[in-house]
Design a protein around this ligand. Structure first.
Ligand SMILES: [Zn+2]
Length: 271
């Protein structure tokens, strides 16, 4: 590892209106209470309400209230759909996914976990060799990622960034939070590390649903140009025959995308 203090191409950070209002409310609370102590129940209530709104925003993966968030491709991109595949690389599932993608001659974006890259460096390089992109899905994929403070969050993201770049020779440009859950610290951390947050337009819940038809229906119902779709090669649910759901769903999904005259593209190709 080349160290976690390296700062690639950081961008300026601008807090969203919600964060600005929250910071202002906190700053006003102390002098207000000093001047009028009797107001404390109202001030405490306002602060609690503010934290409730911030928490709720972080629990909505597609919300932009805490910072910019790609939930679709930019509107300048037409007749394109971005397929994103999370939580790998997985030694059993990912090679099968890569072969299906080759058959259809399409490229997708893999949001990989840093520790999985360490375990499967050759597979990570194979993903890149076949024309796909690898983006940052954190180092450990912690279930409590959204509870981390800014320093721990920065380390979790920088470790994955370092490992991916040193393994495949290409730095991620996007970050996706584990389960899409985050807190108000994330946007500033991402700005500092020069990363953009990406969530999705629609997802199949293919880590928990073991019926391929249901997963496919969730992905294609209402699907249109500019969509970002979410599937999983890591943590993939399995059919009763022990086939990973993504392996069952992907061919039908790619046929549907082709029938709609849409072309799958990498997320980074839409920048
Ligand atoms: Zn994930």
């Amino acid at each position: 590892m080349s160290g976690f203090t390296r700062i690639p191409l950081s961008r300026s950070w601008q807090p969203t209106k919600l964060l600005q209002a929250s910071l202002a409310a906190h700053a006003a609370a102390v002098p207000l209470l000093a001047a009028q102590p009797g107001l404390w129940p109202w001030v405490a209530g306002a602060i609690v309400a503010d934290h409730a709104v911030l928490t709720a925003s972080g629990l909505c993966p597609r919300s932009s209230l805490l910072g910019p968030n790609w939930t679709r491709l930019p509107c300048t991109v037409v007749n394109k759909i971005a397929i994103t595949i999370d939580d790998g690389p997985d030694p059993e599932v990912t090679p099968r996914v890569l072969d299906i993608l080759d058959q259809f001659k399409v490229v997708v974006t893999f949001f990989c976990i840093g520790k999985r890259i360490i375990a499967e460096p050759l597979l990570a390089r194979e993903i890149l060799r076949r024309g796909h992109a690898i983006e940052n899905h954190s180092y450990r994929h912690l279930h409590y990622f959204s509870l981390l403070g800014p320093r721990a969050m920065a380390t979790e993201i920088a470790q994955a960034q370092d490992i991916i770049e040193s393994t495949i020779g290409a730095a991620p440009l996007f970050f996706r939070a584990p389960a899409g859950l985050r807190n108000p610290f994330l946007d500033r951390v991402l700005a500092h590390q020069g990363l953009k947050l990406a969530s999705w337009t629609r997802r199949g819940f293919d880590t928990v649903t073991n019926q391929p038809a249901k997963v496919l229906t969730r992905l294609v119902t209402g699907m249109r140009s500019g969509d970002i779709l979410l599937l999983h090669d890591g943590h993939a649910a399995r059919t009763s025959d022990n086939v990973p759901i993504i392996v069952q769903v992907l061919p039908a999904l790619l046929q549907k995308i082709s029938a709609m005259a849409q072309v799958p593209i990498l997320l980074r190709a839409a920048l």
